[in-house]
Design a protein around this ligand. Structure first.
Ligand code: ADE
Length: 488
């Protein structure tokens, strides 16, 4: 991931970001930082970049042209037009879900203002996102940009030591953290809670969850109310858990917000990935839920995951009626969910050694390209998506005799998305070894492995049943707006 920062104080950004965890990630090449001094683009002999505001008033305003030229110097180096973030107290408030959304980008440009602001015309010309880090006013945008960059960086692959620690943090992310203790066991007559010394994993988990709930209830009643609502929503979804495992996992990992939860149905929105999950009790309720999503408020949602057939039947119609794209823009696919419902890991398979692949490793990238070269024509999109998973650190490779023979990609939600074994290496248990490793890894993270299988993919269905995954009784439908680019 690469950050470009347009600022009057590049040394402040370089120093702060070059320290500690982000500094090490820069050294290793997991992150890149490029600061641009806006003053270098001033055209006058004193390198002045500010002037008095038209209409009078206190303070100075940063002029449009130097900011624009600084931006142009960066844009020219980028393959695609990156998002440009202007940090300002007038923006959308920065939260973890926005951090996750930004972490999906390959490149981001930050514009840091100073003085009383920046000439509005250049903001209109270049800025895609206005973001605030909270309801207070700083002297300049640098600290705000650093806060955002820090939170986004720890979600980028390879930045934290344990690759999974940020991406799949514990279940209780909508709660405040539980208290932590370290040695000595007794400090100033204060004893470490006995549960933590018990060595009993389950007991420790229960204690931590209880503490996290207590803290949240006492310190953040607003968060706690939301947590209770999510729990109630989970209980409802558990009534048909095989069909709803995607929604459950989204709730448990705190990726989606609850848009609707009542006796007519449940609707979750993962705005980071632009995915809306809908489950309705009956067609009329389903129709009004679909109308709600296609209304102004939640536009644009490029992907809908529909859990009942009647939703699939009306969705395209509703979406085209409400003018959210032409009917032809929407593609509908049906999938059968499979869930690994047991808690115990599968016995390890030795047919292949399974390792997480690194998008920055040229040799691995070449090996994946070679393996995918025998994908049939017309599967180019699959190939592109697989390469994107590799770049984002969501791919595992199955090696035997030192050769890459199969790959498994996880989608952004952690579900198995793509399993592929090279033509010449099939029927040797490589797919099975890959999926076994994937399932065991998710179980270690306390998650429930699941995947959606195309109904015509009989080989993959047979593998699921063989591994002991349970199919849902009915399929679900994915409706994608092909005119919009989704990270799904
Ligand atoms: N610039 C000044 N104050 C700010 C804030 N609260 N958030 C983002 N940028 C800012």
């Amino acid at each position: 991931m690469r950050f470009h920062v347009l600022t009057l104080f590049p040394e402040l950004i370089d120093r702060a970001f070059g320290t500690s965890i982000t500094g090490r990630a820069l050294e290793r090449g997991n992150l890149e930082l490029h600061t641009v001094n806006i003053r270098d683009y001033a055209k006058n002999k004193h390198n002045k970049v500010d002037d008095y505001p038209y209409g009078g008033g206190a303070g100075m305003v940063m002029q449009a042209e130097p900011v624009y030229q600084a931006y142009e110097s960066v844009r020219k180096t980028c393959a695609h037009r990156p998002r440009v973030i202007y940090v300002t107290p007038q923006g959308r408030v920065f939260r973890q879900n926005l951090a996750r959304e930004l972490a999906r980008e390959e490149e981001l440009i930050f514009l840091c203002g100073h003085y009383e602001g920046v000439d509005e015309r250049v903001l209109e010309e270049i800025v895609t996102d206005f973001i605030s880090i909270g309801d207070y006013v700083l002297t300049g945008g640098e600290l705000a940009a650093l806060v955002i960059m820090d939170a986004v960086s720890r979600l980028a692959p390879g930045v934290l030591n344990n690759e999974d620690s940020a991406e799949f943090e514990s279940f209780h992310r909508s709660l405040l953290e539980y208290p932590q203790y370290s040695r000595p066991e007794v400090w100033r007559e204060k004893q470490v809670p006995k549960e933590l010394l018990s060595g009993n994993h389950r007991r420790i988990e229960v204690w931590r969850l209880g503490q996290a709930e207590k803290r949240t209830r006492e310190r953040r009643p607003d968060l706690y109310r939301e947590y209770e609502r999510r729990r109630a929503c989970e209980r409802e979804l558990l009534r048909n858990k095989l069909l709803h495992m995607d929604m459950l996992e989204n709730l448990r990992t705190d990726r989606a917000q609850v848009l609707q939860f009542d006796e007519t149905g449940i609707m979750l929105l993962d705005d980071g990935r632009g995915v809306c999950y809908v489950s309705a009790r009956e067609p009329q309720a389903g129709r009004s839920m679909l109308e709600k999503i296609s209304g102004q408020e939640y536009d644009p949602v490029p992907v809908l995951v529909l859990h009942q057939e009647f939703l699939a039947e009306t969705a395209e119609k509703v979406l085209s009626e409400t003018a959210k794209g032409r009917p032809g823009d929407w593609e509908l696919e049906s999938r059968l969910p499979y869930v690994y419902t047991q808690r115990n890991p599968l016995p390890r398979r030795y047919e292949a050694e399974v390792v997480r692949l690194e998008g920055s490793h040229d040799g691995q990238k070449r090996a994946v390209g070679l393996l995918l070269s025998d994908l049939p024509k017309g599967e180019d999109r699959r190939k592109q998506e697989a390469l994107k998973s590799l770049a984002q650190g969501r791919m595992y490779g199955g090696f035997s005799e030192g050769k890459l023979k199969g790959i498994l990609a996880q989608n952004q939600m952690g579900a198995l998305d793509f399993l592929y074994v090279g033509e010449a290496f099939r029927r040797r248990g490589i797919g099975r070894a890959l999926e076994t490793a994937f399932i065991n890894r998710l179980l270690e993270q306390g998650r429930t492995p699941y995947l959606w299988v195309k109904q015509e993919n009989e080989a993959l269905q047979a593998l699921q049943e063989n591994l002991g995954l349970c199919p849902a009784k009915s399929p679900l439908w994915i409706l994608k707006n092909s005119a919009k680019n989704s990270g799904f």
